[in-house]
Design a protein around this ligand. Sequence first.
Ligand SMILES: [Zn+2]
Length: 509
Amino acid sequence: MTPVNFVDVKDNDAIFEGSGWDAVVVVTSSLDNIEFDEISLLASHGANIDARVGRSATLLFAPGLAGGRLIVSPVLNYASDVQDVRGYADAARKGLSLAKEAGARKPLLVVSLSHEGKYRQSLPVAALACGQELWQALELREAVIQRDTIESIGLLVSTEQAKVLNAIESGRHLARDLCGTEPERMSAPNFAQYCVNAFANTCLKVAVIEDRAVLERDYPLLSAVARSSFAVPRHQPRVVKVEYCADGDIERSYFFAGKGVVYDTGGADIKVAGGMAGMSRDKGGAAAVAGLMKTLSILKPKGIRVVAELGLVRNSIGSEAFVTDEIITSHAGVRVRIGNTDAEGRLVLADLLSHLRLKAINEPNAQLFSVATLTGHVVRCYGGYTAVVENPVAREQGVGERLQQLGEAWGEPLELSRLRREDYAKIVDPSGAADVLSSNNAPSSVTARGHQYPAAFLLKASGLQAHGINSDKPLVYAHVDIAGSAIEGDPLYGKPTAAPLVGLFQHLC
Ligand SMILES: [Zn+2]
């Protein structure tokens, strides 16, 4: 299964029979707001005999229209203060599902445009929602020959707009494959290989670190998390480095650390009472960053350099497992006391960020990000929303605020959390023997400021703390916790969303 193919349709006659499209799916705020008279007439006739038309997604017999099928899918609560652009995504998914069930293979998606600012990206949001709707799990695709899939979706957009949407969807498709796949099929070595294959014949530079001695020297905290996985060759860790560099002058540079815990048993602080199910999805951060790189490789935006490091580790349990109380020196030279082995993601990220820090120091307008399914607390705090925790340099430059505005417009809303001095107080090693304590010893979901304070740890253990506002070389850094937003629906087995790929892409380009 390849990502859904969006086709730019420039001729409005494509809505009619004989155009090659086999259904017209209309996403609209109301029946009065459909811009094609032929469709509007059919829809109002339909509403006369079926009160559901305009209230829920309905299929109408439509002689003369493409495929003889008209599907009208309303944006519910359009005029309400409560609704946002995701109302278009919901409507597009319902309309597309109905078209698919009805037998359509090449639907034409018509989105009635809105003048309301909050809906300004309604067309691309509706289109991308179709990609989300159609994605099927990699295990399923590899086990079963897929039939009855949508071949392509027609959009009344320019060639350039279709190209951007296809590139974003290619990245999201890759991200979902990487995030949503079970822990043996998408072990750390397999994740790395999947990336290598996905980036072959692109402009991206890719390197995979797999040598144990190199990993232990250069990524000591990551290697501690991986320690008991080294005994099983197919579970051994990998670090994937990916780089995009535009032709010509570079004006801005971005650095991403992605958490790719391919399975999280909790380690010696093992997850009990059923708490382990779903923990193959602890790699959504690395997956989203890999997907972002894929999108960039297709669109090749000018003026930017983007460097990513993906930390792929299985947090296994065994006689070699790292345990609490150990003190391990990070790549940045910070002595970290392990507070809880189930707080492993921040250990992985700290070493990745330290490497990125050294690269970012010499780059123009550098911004660093960590992207991770990091805490249960963020889910308790914000439900299904992404949280961004900025360092003061990022806050001064309005980075989080910009991400929030873009996410809102593009249907990936996020919450802005603020780093406080109490967050630093939480990572003090009470014994004084270590420079920093990795975590407290309770689940983050019952810890006050449980998703904010890990950003303080990341700043300190990665060496980024030395690049604050009053330093010689301030560096922008934002930590993005996607534990609540990486999966939709069933928290254990729901569909990966690839969040926050779309918002990050808009921020970069
Ligand atoms: Zn964990």
